[in-house]
Write a protein of this length. Structure first.
Length: 247
């Protein structure tokens, strides 16, 4: 079989546990992981860089693309109303609270969803057979901000970081994280479909383009091109060259 136009498929890794970061440092070309604040992003990138160097790689060759849920409104009043509606939905949605409770390995029958989480509830160990990275990032931000279960569920809609504001505020956040070298981009997780995605495309993307941090068009034809990753060299000689000798 001939090689694909991008040499081989892009290798994407998801997970922030120590074994997951080691796996990413050795093999990944892109990483999808929950990073709920800048401190978590700095720590994760440092760990990823350390693992990459361990295997003779540079972290610059790995695209870090954490999840991001933008909550967008045309004015501060509009966005506050939209977030309040989402937050109320989280408080009323037993599935959202169950997700966070399960992530932290807590017993929903004995955990008050409105009470600030105690250190004993956040100190682990992570639940068996559940993503360790989600446990660590959720526990860290709940500890720093004194959040309850319901507050944590609203703070991380869908398990990833949410940012609330006008299109300019969302663009500032994205640009700030990128220019600080914390991430290479984001995996967009709209707060609601289809309007959350439409609003982002129509109102945030033009601002990012004006600032020079979002492309106006594609310059290649493959995912590898779009991510700015090099085409890997062949790992073996083509069959027609095996055994060939110089003349």
């Amino acid at each position: 079989m001939p090689r694909s136009p991008q040499g081989r498929p892009v290798t994407v890794q998801a997970g922030a546990s120590p074994p997951g970061v080691a796996l990413a440092g050795r093999f990944a070309e892109a990483v999808y992981t929950p990073l709920l604040d800048r401190e978590a992003a700095r720590g994760y990138r440092a760990r990823l860089a350390g693992q990459a160097r361990r295997y003779g790689r540079e972290v610059s060759g790995i695209r870090l693309l954490p999840g991001l849920t933008p909550v967008i409104g045309g004015t501060e009043a509009e966005v506050r109303a939209r977030f309040a509606e989402l937050e109320a939905g989280v408080h009323q949605d037993a599935r959202q609270l169950a997700r966070v409770t399960r992530t932290l390995g807590l017993d929903p029958a004995t955990t008050d969803p409105e009470a600030p989480l105690a250190e004993a509830q956040l100190s682990g160990p992570p639940p068996d057979r559940l993503p360790t990275g989600f446990f660590r990032t959720h526990a860290e931000i709940a500890r720093r901000e004194g959040l309850s279960l319901s507050g944590l569920a609203a703070r991380a809609i869908g398990g990833h970081r949410s940012v609330v504001g006008t299109p300019e505020r969302i663009a500032d956040d994205i640009t700030g994280w990128w220019s600080a070298g914390l991430v290479d981009g984001f995996t967009l997780l709209p707060d609601a479909l289809p309007d959350g995605l439409d609003t982002f495309v129509d109102h945030v993307v033009p601002i990012l383009r004006k600032r020079g941090v979002f492309r106006h068009g594609y310059t290649g034809t493959t995912l590898r091109d779009h991510l700015g990753l090099p085409t890997p060299a062949p790992s073996h000689e083509p069959s027609g060259q095996k055994g060939a000798t110089a003349r």
